[in-house]
Design a protein around this ligand. Structure first.
Ligand SMILES: Nc1nc2c(ncn2[C@@H]2O[C@H](COP(=O)(O)OP(=O)(O)OP(=O)(O)O)[C@@H](O)[C@H]2O)c(=O)[nH]1
Ligand SMILES: [Mg+2]
Length: 229
């Protein structure tokens, strides 16, 4: 079952949903690495119980750091040709990941990025978040020359070459922009496919506040300025 792929899930205090997220993925993927990012709830125990591979950060380091750890761990296994990043909060659909993996297998790209703004409407996306996301997309497209419709989508599938060259340095949420910069820097062949992001009351209560979204925008600009100096 997609034995050549490894799903990497950054996890931070997702005890309420992590079991069902892993159970859904297990129907299609046999290799799942969860990086627990210093959760204070039962996430770690539930990951082990669900049968996914657990890597644990002793303290919270941020989603970018969790992905970095997960990618490094997955790269150690030569069996993996493809790497899938998938959020732990139940916002992604397993079938979207499968569709993206199949696209990559057709050698049509090095990396496929999920887009919530391509074709389908993002379900329940709060308008304030939409504004911040759109601002990040414009900034990213202007500074990288890429033409993307969604730069902060946690669902991505990429090959081993991309996994080895991502070398994430942003530990927080700005890692999503960093990935896009790496795509431009390395001239990776990229594609976007439409995916559904579900904004449930759980994900909205847990996800990024608009205030924090502005912090992320600041982090992105600071990263870019530091790169250009
Ligand atoms: N917020 C947060 N999430 C983390 C952290 N480390 C790992 N994660 C995981 O990263 C994923 C995305 O986090 P979210 O806060 O939902 O970010 P998002 O999906 O970009 O934002 P929303 O659209 O508001 O849900 C989830 O699977 C979290 O469990 C961390 O330090 N902070
Ligand atoms: Mg989320």
């Amino acid at each position: 079952m997609n034995k050549d792929a490894c799903v990497i899930i950054p996890v931070y205090n997702e005890a309420e949903v992590i079991e069902s997220v892993i159970a859904g993925l297990k129907k299609e993927f046999s290799n799942i690495i969860c990086v627990d990012d210093g959760s204070s709830d039962d996430s770690r125990e539930l990951i082990v119980k669900s049968g996914a591979h657990l890597v644990a950060h002793g303290a919270n380091q941020g989603q970018g750091a969790a992905l970095r750890t997960g990618i490094q761990r997955a790269l150690k296994n030569p069996q993996f040709t493809y790497f899938v990043t998938f959020d732990a909060d139940g916002q992604h659909r397993v079938q979207d990941a499968v569709k993206m993996l199949e696209f990559l297998r057709g050698n049509k790209a090095d990396i496929v990025l999920g887009s919530r703004f391509l074709g389908t409407e993002a379900e329940g996306l709060p308008w304030s978040k939409r504004v911040v996301l759109k601002a990040a997309i414009i900034f990213s497209n202007v500074t990288t020359g890429l033409k993307l419709t969604d730069t902060h989508n946690g669902l991505r599938v990429f090959n081993r070459d991309v996994a080895a060259k991502l070398k994430l340095t942003c530990s927080g949420m700005a890692h999503a922009s960093e990935i896009v910069y790496r795509v431009a820097e390395n001239k990776f062949a990229y594609a976007e496919l439409p995916v559904t992001i579900t904004y449930s009351s759980y994900s909205k209560s847990k996800g990024q506040s608009v205030f924090n979204s502005f912090n992320i925008l600041r982090e992105i600009v600071a990263y870019r300025l530091q790169k250009d100096s």
